[in-house]
Structure formats: structure tokens, C-alpha cells
Design a protein around this ligand. Sequence first.
Ligand code: BG6
Length: 369
Amino acid sequence: DKGGWSSFMAKEISEEPEAVANTIRGRVKDGQVVIPELDGLDELFSGITRVIIIACGTAAYAGQVGKYAIEQWARVPVDVELAHEFRYRDPVIGDDTLIVSISQSGETMDTLMAVKYARERGAKTLSICNTQGATIPRESDAIVYTHAGPEVAVASTKAFVAQITALYLLGLHVGRVRGSLGATEAAQHVLELESIPDKIRQILEDEQGHIEQLAHWMADTRSVLFLGRHVGYPIAMEGALKLKELAYIHAEGFAAGELKHGPIALIEPGQPVFVIVPSPRGSAVLHPKVVSTIEEIRARGARVIAIAEAGDAAVLPYADEVLRIPLAGPLFEPLLAVVPLHIYAMGLSTAKGLDVDQPRNLAKSVTVE
Ligand code: BG6
């Protein structure tokens, strides 16, 4: 039931705040992360020497965001691998490897087979999943459910923010267990995470109309590029994936630092480029670098749409459009910056008269290889 919304996707984007809040609920006690499902696993978390996140599609981009946070907080190397690549290349894994699979449906065949493969080779497996009792969690040693609620639209939106939330809870927990993260710092991150639902609500209230209008104006666009750095990089790729899936146009996400190593050749007058701008306060080193990237592409005629923190005036001279997100700590910005991109992809698909919930050739859960 769409509950009065024009599509399931519109409804599910409106539920992104609850997806985050419900995934946190019951997992914070006295300001610290407590995940009852992970009781008894402290020894495992202390002993691992690496983490490999395995997923497909949007879930893999959530994993790439999670990598930054888990490495920072838990001081353990994290690799993110597409499930179908992992399985067929004789990866180096053993009982000191923790495999974290991410799947909304819990039924994606490639992810399931990769989990089984890793388990047979002695790795411990933890599943982040949105569907109670699905096959992947049943095949895993531990489960952390995301509580985004049922997701109907084929392209994943609210499950994505819930997956990042679950990865962050996991990173904070493992960081505390391993002793790499102090209680005070962990408590600050927990507070930050708990403030995210209201900040997403604010984006939906303040920017949704503006973004849908922008998408409408851009209905004839043939190609869109997305740039980001650090945690903004996987968000750039997620923005591009959504546009391919929903609006059937060419879209690519790049690491902004990679621009001069190739992609800048694509910039010609009128080329729309979304740029995810890190916070000037939180990312004092990266912010000016991204602003100068914007300057460079603008000088070559790009049409720049900046996603920037409220109050960041540095982008104003170079951006054609600015989509504002509330202030958040550097690692938490992806949970905000992705929201305008989800709205934009839905808006462009709608402006082109396409079916946002059931894009051509795609399935919600791919249970074949
Ligand atoms: C694709 C879906 O087929 O599978 C994507 O269209 C999704 O939205 C991907 O991200 C992975 O699915 P799941 O269920 O494993 O998260």
C-alpha cells in the first residue's frame, strides 16, 4: 500500500528518517552501542586481522561508506568486494577474517554463495540484512538486522541508509571491544548518529520541492556525472547508479581526486556534474580541495550542482545550484548527502514519465547467478 504516495519509492524515501531511527532503536544504552545479537563475540572481534564486506549494487556502496568508519574506529583493515568477484578469485581468507555481508533481501544469490564460500574456508560471517529469517542471515554466524521495514521499489533507498547505520553501530561496537575507541568519543558518535533522522527530515522538508523542480528542468539530460571524496565518493557512485536504474541515462560517479587523471576530459559546456562537498569545519583539508575541483570543472563549462553544508559560502561563486544539507560530523555526511540524490533520481524518472518502482530489466532480488 503506497499510503497516498505517488510511488513506493516516494513513500520509502519519506521513510528514510525512520529507517535510521529504527535501526538504532534498542541498540544504545547509557550513550554506548549495545548490540544484543553480538553478545559473546568479543573474542572474535578482538582477534580478527581483517574485515571483508561483501555485497552487490547499492548494498556494496553502503559497504564502501562503512569501510571508512570501521577502519577509523576499530583500526582493522576493511576491504569491500562485490560478491560475484570475491567468489571466483581464490581470496586470502581464514579464521582471522570477518566477512560482513550486506543484503536488503537476504536472498541475493551472488552474496549468498560468497558467504557460503567464505564460511567453508574458515572465515566467520556476519550478515546485515533487512528481511527477518532470509537465507543469507540463516547461513551466517551472526546477524545484525536493519529495521528499514519492507522495501517494495526495486531500487533501494531507505534500506541503504539503514545499512550504513548498522555498519556504523557495528564499527562503534567493535572499536570499543578492540579498545581503539574511547567511551567518550564513542558516545559523541552515538549522539551524532541519533541526530541523523531529524536532519534527514529537514532535507525532505527544505529541499525536496527544489530538487524535484531541478529534475524536471533536466528531463532531457543525456548524461550526469557525480563527484565526491572520502565518504562522499561511494555516495557519488550511489547517485550515479540510481540515475542509471531509474532514469535510464548515462551516469558515472568518480572520486573527485581522480578527475585530473581522466574524467576531466568528459567535461564540456553544459555537462551537469553533482559535487558532494565535505564540511568546511569537519573536513578542513578536503573542503578546499573539492572547492577547487568545482572551480576547475566550472571553468570548462560544467553545470555544477553542489550538495553542501548549510552556511558553506565557498561554493556559491562556482555552483549553478546548491542543495543544502544540515551540519554533521564528517563520517555522518553520507547519510544526509545521499537523500538529495535519491530524490533527484526519482524526480528525473518521474519527469521522463517512467515507472520509478519497476525500472525495466531489473528485479528487486536477484536469486540467480
Ligand atoms: C539489485 C537491486 O538487483 O540487487 C538493488 O535492484 C540492490 O536495489 C541489489 O541493491 C542488492 O540486493 P540486496 O537485496 O542483496 O540488497
